[in-house]
Ligand binder design. Structure first.
Ligand code: BGC
Length: 762
């Protein structure tokens, strides 16, 4: 009897213990994953690999569809004939692993409750496009866009933005940011330039790394969220600058230009990666074994999980036409390395069939599921699947976050031109100012990937009124979309200018997602030219003709060609999309409360024909200049003015010769020669003077942000390890080649802004 009792207790204990392995947080993640995997049916595994759209998003979308607003097929035909209740049932059955486009804690909790009712109680992972703040959700802090962060050259600040973004994300249950976009933007026609950190592989790498670290930290705290580096790869130099269009790019250029930011983020332990819409050299990225297996898994030894981009598995069949049907597209993608499908209803059925037919092995499925479950365990979702719905009010748009957004705007706005010290202006000098242009009083200042937020946004007009309360600002409304500008409004502005003593024109592009089909800049908004849209140029010319001093402010994502304005308008500010505090920061710069310090993270081409115009071009690119137009860019990479002047001098090197595994110290003196305090971004470039394979005329290798009082001089020392000189030689070996190199230090990538010295690598 006693023995029987012991046996029964033993059996009960062991079954209790075995039931608890994957639920027991004190057991290592790896073991929990294996335990859970063993318990899962094939259906449950396949479901973990699938993502769905949030239910509220679907409902709104369907309502729009009912209204007949069905222009964009991809946007509006989600899940036909599938009632919302069906998706809820699938969630309860544990065959949905993740959701996107969920924007409230209430909805996230609702879905999570359904998932917790499933047989194994595997929590959902919510992903969101928190690109510059968690700005797709209401009442969040919209930080300046990534291109502004690039222009700030401030890695610490970029880290802080990512950290605060993560804190705001978790208040709505989001633990996975589809950020950072670490694509190297090389074509200004492409609509997504504004969500990148610009054109330089090194700068993009530095900023991407900070975002990954800021979002994730060690992935062991409640506010740590997964980063998703995207889009792998080369979609930022697509044919004709069009999103999704093919990229025909050599392996050398992939490795030298487009891969480095991904590799740096992977070294910083980025947990997930999103694949690019486009094909590379004929093979869609989503079926590209070379990219997903050879590079990511074998060469870089990356353990994270790969998510497809939006419906891009379907696009293998429908767009690239490298699969004759959707099922075959899924087969190709999974076998090539995709772990999660963004998003849709056909996955479950088709992938089950593919496994049953032996076209995909269950071990391949297990591989993906392991990777996905690992992140869910790491994030602690099994222990804490729900979100405190009251948290949002405490955390989001806190004063601290708004201050960060303001600082980021101040540091990310570039002063392009300032003839005869037009700027800063004195409040005492200009009593009545005309403010006009499509972006003068528009929330468009928030940029792509954000919701408009009513009163909370500091538009330029609002900012001006706040900073100069005793000035009379006459606002000449031009609407907020340059596509629909009206002649009569321009004429009215010209009339009003007569009674004013200064004109401020805020021009640029139109980016709100809420007006999807009318935008001019942002995702899928590629242009065949980069001129000012609509009647904006006319507005600028006519106001200039009034003879009143005129200031031009630009709000946009992509670089804009403003050749006429550059020649005629005395002061130009490129603000890109400076976010919720953007208007205030612009006004502070106009009135000199803030001394601008940002430098262009991307070249501004003179005209569309110059594209691709990048600073790190190859030497022969400049051999024959264009015949009828100037060959130089309108504004070069790394360029930006301050209200004070800086001088770099006395470059000295620690040695004239280094070993291929050595390092070099380069020292310069930086002096503030002007009469106010300011911050300079000192840039260090190198050039391999003669090489077996042609090398860029310059490559950024380091930079420093340095603040100086008037008259102050600081001695700055850069350390250049020789490995930063390496490149792929003729045999595609990563090598530091012996020979002469030039080191260039200064205030922009333009030759006239750099002081130089040469050295030898032995
Ligand atoms: C974009 C991705 C984004 C996804 C989800 C796609 O269209 O390319 O960057 O993360 O949509 O919104």
């Amino acid at each position: 009897m006693k023995k029987l009792l012991i046996l029964i207790i033993g059996l009960m204990l062991s079954s209790l213990l075995s039931a608890q392995i994957y639920k027991n947080p004190s057991i290592p993640v790896k073991d929990r994953v294996e335990d859970l995997l063993k318990r899962m049916t094939l259906d449950e595994k396949i479901g973990q690999m699938n993502q769905f759209l949030g239910l509220e998003y679907l409902k709104t979308n369907r309502a729009n569809l009912d209204k007949g607003d069905a222009k964009n097929k991809n946007e509006n035909v989600f899940y036909p004939h599938t009632p919302i209740a069906q998706i809820e049932t699938w969630t309860k059955q544990g065959i949905i692993g993740s959701y996107l486009m969920v924007f409230t804690a209430e909805e996230a909790n609702h879905l999570q409750r359904l998932a917790m009712q499933s047989r194994l109680g595997i929590p959902l992972l919510f992903g969101i496009d928190a690109i510059h703040g968690n700005a797709m959700c209401d009442n969040m802090t919209t930080y300046p866009s990534n291109i502004n962060a690039g222009c700030s050259f401030d890695p610490e600040l970029t880290y802080r933005i990512a950290r605060e973004t993560a804190e705001e994300m978790v208040t709505v249950g989001m633990r996975w940011a589809f950020n950072p976009n670490v694509e190297v933007a090389r074509d200004a026609r492409w609509g997504r330039v504004g969500e990148t950190f610009g054109e330089d592989p090194y700068l993009v790498s530095v900023m991407g790394e900070q975002i990954v670290k800021g979002l994730q930290r060690n992935l062991d705290q409640p506010t740590d969220v997964l980063a998703c580096i995207k889009h792998f790869v080369a979609g930022s130099q697509p044919l004709n600058g069009k999103n999704v269009s093919p990229a025909d790019i050599s392996e050398r250029t992939l490795r030298e230009v487009f891969f480095p930011p991904f590799k740096t983020s992977i070294d910083a332990r980025a947990a997930t990666l999103m694949v690019a819409h486009n094909e590379v050299n004929g093979i869609p990225c989503h079926t590209n074994k070379w990219l997903m297996q050879d590079i990511l898994r074998k060469e870089w030894k990356w353990p994270g999980f790969i998510v497809s981009d939006w419906m891009d598995l379907e696009h293998i069949w429908e767009v690239h036409k490298t699969a004759p049907n959707m099922k075959e597209a899924f087969r190709q993608a999974i076998n090539a390395g995709i772990d999660m499908h963004m998003q849709g209803i056909h996955w479950q059925e088709m992938v089950s069939q593919l496994v049953e037919e032996g076209k995909i092995s269950e071990e391949r499925i297990n591989q993906s599921v392991r990777r996905i479950l690992t992140t869910k365990f790491q994030l602690g979702l099994f222990e804490k699947p729900y979100t405190d719905e009251k948290l949002r009010k405490k955390i989001c748009q806190s004063q601290q976050h708004l201050n960060t957004a303001l600082q980021a705007a101040r540091e990310g706005i570039v002063l392009l031109k300032n003839q005869n010290q037009t700027l800063p202006i004195q409040e005492s000098k200009y009593k009545k100012i005309l403010v006009t242009g499509v972006n003068a009083n528009s929330q468009n200042i928030l940029g792509d990937w954000s919701n408009w937020m009513g009163d909370k946004t500091s538009t330029v007009l609002k900012g001006l009124k706040e900073i100069a309360p005793n000035t009379q600002f006459l606002f000449a409304d031009q609407g907020n979309n340059p596509r629909y500008m009206k002649q009569e409004n321009i004429d009215k502005a010209v009339e009003m200018a007569k009674e004013c003593d200064l004109n401020i024109i805020v021009a640029g592009e139109y980016m709100p997602r809420s007006d999807w089909n009318n935008r001019t800049d942002g995702e899928n908004l590629d242009r065949s030219d980069i001129n000012l849209v609509g009647l904006q140029e006319q507005l600028i010319q006519k106001l200039h003709a009034t003879g009143k001093p005129t200031i031009l402010v630009l709000i946009n994502g992509r670089p804009l060609s403003t050749e006429w304005a550059t020649e005629h308008i005395p002061a130009i500010i490129e603000a890109f999309a400076p976010g919720i505090q953007g208007g205030k920061a612009i006004a502070e710069i106009i009135y000199g409360k803030v001394n601008p310090s940002a430098k262009l993270a991307i070249t501004i081409p003179r005209n569309t024909g110059q594209i691709v115009k990048v600073y790190n071009e190859k030497p022969a690119a400049a051999f024959h200049p264009f015949t009828l137009t100037q060959d130089t860019p309108l504004y070069p990479f790394g360029y930006g003015l301050s209200y004070t002047q800086f001088k770099c001098s006395d470059i000295t090197l620690s040695s004239r010769e280094i070993n291929a595994n050595g390092e070099l110290q380069a020292t310069i003196n930086l002096t503030n020669t002007g009469d106010r305090e300011g911050t300079e971004i000192v840039q260090l470039y190198i050039r391999d003077c003669y090489s077996n394979v042609s090398r860029p005329v310059k490559e950024l290798k380091d930079f420093m942000r340095v603040s100086l009082q008037p008259g102050e001089t600081k001695t700055l020392t850069f350390t250049l390890p020789a490995h930063k000189l390496a490149y792929y030689n003729e045999d595609m070996e990563w090598t530091v080649e012996p020979g002469e190199f030039e080191i260039m230090i200064g205030s922009s990538s333009a030759d006239e802004d750099l002081i130089k010295k040469t050295f030898l690598v032995k």
